[in-house]
Structures are given as structure tokens and as C-alpha cells.
Design a protein around this ligand. Structure first.
Ligand SMILES: NC(=O)c1ccc[n+]([C@@H]2O[C@H](COP(=O)([O-])OP(=O)(O)OC[C@H]3O[C@@H](n4cnc5c(N)ncnc54)[C@H](OP(=O)(O)O)[C@@H]3O)[C@@H](O)[C@H]2O)c1
Length: 243
């Protein structure tokens, strides 16, 4: 039985990843806070795990509960994420805490809880980072910093654990159509060559999982052909991407 944990399972990229894994016969333990309206049934192999990843004790407890129920977990996808954007002085300490807790602390905690089993039996950790990890981000300084930290964590964890058969992969998507920009005054473009779909990021996950044992794709970047963002309430135009 192939068991996976996917955070951010309730929406967007995480939900698309769950869909592909379920189609591939995985048992998926999906973590999120609000499963209202999510489409996966327990018959399909989906297990709902309600947890607020802002709370590190809840995160630890969720991981322990899943391992107790499932036994071996061979895949962890750290996909849950939150972004607040704007001049840095306008981002409150509560929002900073939320981004750090969800975007980097939770992946570190969950990875730590699963690594003993993965070092024993092999396994894969996939971090859904962001193109923001690799560049400077005006009006997204803190969000970009959490993604740079996630990528750095993944890179180092691979070096630490590779000799035990653990694969660690950082995936860096550019702007993807989801609810992610609900807190921003901009969003992804509607044109299909200027934004990604969650299913396209999920396809990267499946590609990474198909690589033969003994080889590892450690880093993936996926971008739409054209670069652009759409200011909410204003006509779309091509401009520098702040996210
Ligand atoms: N969309 C983009 O343009 C884009 C680009 C690059 C990278 N990314 C990354 O892709 C990942 C997924 O984003 P998305 O685009 O799919 O956005 P989304 O639709 O907003 O999904 C975010 C997910 O994170 C979960 N989440 C947020 N806060 C949480 C918390 N405190 N506890 C538990 N779960 C929490 C949400 O679940 P609940 O609300 O149910 O808790 C939801 O399932 C994020 O890490 C994001 O940084 C997105």
C-alpha cells in the first residue's frame, strides 16, 4: 500500500495533486482546515485530516496520528501555503507568523516526524516552493523569504538523507490559477499562456515520482510561456511579477 500525506489538500495545487495520487492508487492523507466542498471520497482512498498548520503542536499530533493509522508513509507533499503581499511595513506580525508557520515550520515538522521511517524504508518529500524562492520580491519580501527557506531546507535535507534512499524535491511554480491571491490586490492573468493550472503543477509531481529508483529530480521550475499579473479591478498588462 502506498501512503502519502499531502498538505493543502482542500484547494488549488494540493487538491490537484491529491486527485492524481488517488488515480495512481495511493492512499492519501490530506491535511487542511476546511474540507467543505472538497470532492474526494474515502472509497477513493482519501483520508481527511483536519489540522491548522499554524499550530505546531497540532501539526505534530496530526503527523503522529497519521503514522499510527497508516503505518509507513512513503510520500510527503508539503503544499499548504499562505501569502500576504504589500509594503513590508504593512504586513502585521500575526501575518508574518502565519506565513512562517504554514510555509516553512510545518514542512520542517512533518518532515522530521516522517524521516525515521523514510530513512528505513525509502521515501520522497516534495516541497511546493515558488519561483519567488529564487529572486527578490518587492511587496512579497516575507512570503518570498519563507519560500527561499523552504527551498534551502529541501536542498540540505536531500544532502543529509540521500544515502538512506530518501528523495527530496523542490518544485517552483510561477503564477497558478487558484485561490492563493485572495489576500492580494493582484492575481494571475486569465490568458492561458500567462498562468499555470494546478493540474500542471500536479503533473510535475507525478513526473518526479516516475523517475527510476537511483535517480532523483531535485529541482523543478514551471512557468507559463508569458509573464504577467492582473491587478484586481484593472485591465491586465504585462509587468514585473512581484510574487
Ligand atoms: N498559486 C500560485 O500562483 C502559486 C505559485 C507558486 C507557489 N504556490 C504555492 O503553492 C501552494 C499551494 O497554493 P495554491 O495556489 O494551491 O493556493 P490555495 O488554493 O490558496 O491553497 C492553499 C492551501 O493551503 C492550505 N492552508 C493554508 N493555511 C493553512 C493552515 N493554517 N493550516 C492548514 N492548511 C492551510 C489551504 O487549506 P485550508 O484553507 O483548508 O486550511 C489550502 O488547501 C502554496 O504553498 C503556494 O505558496 C502557489
Amino acid at each position: 500500500m502506498k501512503n502519502a500525506i499531502v498538505t493543502g489538500a482542500t484547494s488549488g495545487i494540493g487538491a490537484a495533486i491529491c486527485q492524481r495520487l488517488l488515480e495512481g492508487g495511493w492512499q492519501v492523507y490530506g491535511i487542511g482546515r476546511d474540507f467543505t466542498g472538497q470532492q474526494f471520497s474515502s472509497e477513493s482512498g482519501f483520508h481527511t485530516v483536519t489540522c491548522d498548520l499554524k499550530k505546531h503542536k497540532d501539526t505534530q499530533y496530526a503527523a503522529e496520528r497519521i503514522v499510527k493509522e497508516a503505518g509507513d508513509i512513503s510520500l510527503l507533499v508539503n503544499c499548504a501555503g499562505v501569502g500576504y503581499f504589500g509594503p513590508h511595513e504593512q504586513i502585521s506580525p500575526d501575518k508574518l507568523h502565519e506565513m512562517v508557520a504554514v510555509n516553512i515550520e510545518a514542512p520542517m515538522i512533518l518532515s522530521g516526524k516522517l524521516l525515521r521511517g523514510m530513512k528505513r524504508d525509502g521515501g520522497t518529500i516534495i516541497n511546493i516552493s515558488s519561483v519567488t524562492a529564487k529572486k527578490s520580491n518587492t511587496h512579497g519580501c516575507a512570503y518570498g523569504a519563507t519560500k527561499a527557506a523552504l527551498t534551502s531546507f529541501g536542498d540540505s535535507l536531500f544532502e543529509e538523507a540521500r544515502k538512506y534512499g530518501v528523495r527530496v524535491v523542490n518544485i517552483h511554480p510561477d503564477m497558478t490559477a487558484s485561490h492563493f491571491y485572495r489576500n492580494a490586490d493582484f492575481r494571475e492573468c486569465d490568458e492561458e499562456d500567462a498562468r499555470l493550472l494546478p493540474e500542471e503543477v500536479a503533473a510535475c509531481v507525478m513526473e518526479v515520482l516516475c523517475v527510476r529508483a537511483g535517480a532523483v529530480i531535485t529541482d523543478v521550475t514551471i512557468k507559463p510561456q508569458r509573464h504577467g499579473i492582473q491587478r484586481k479591478g484593472i485591465k491586465p498588462k504585462e509587468e514585473k511579477n512581484d510574487t
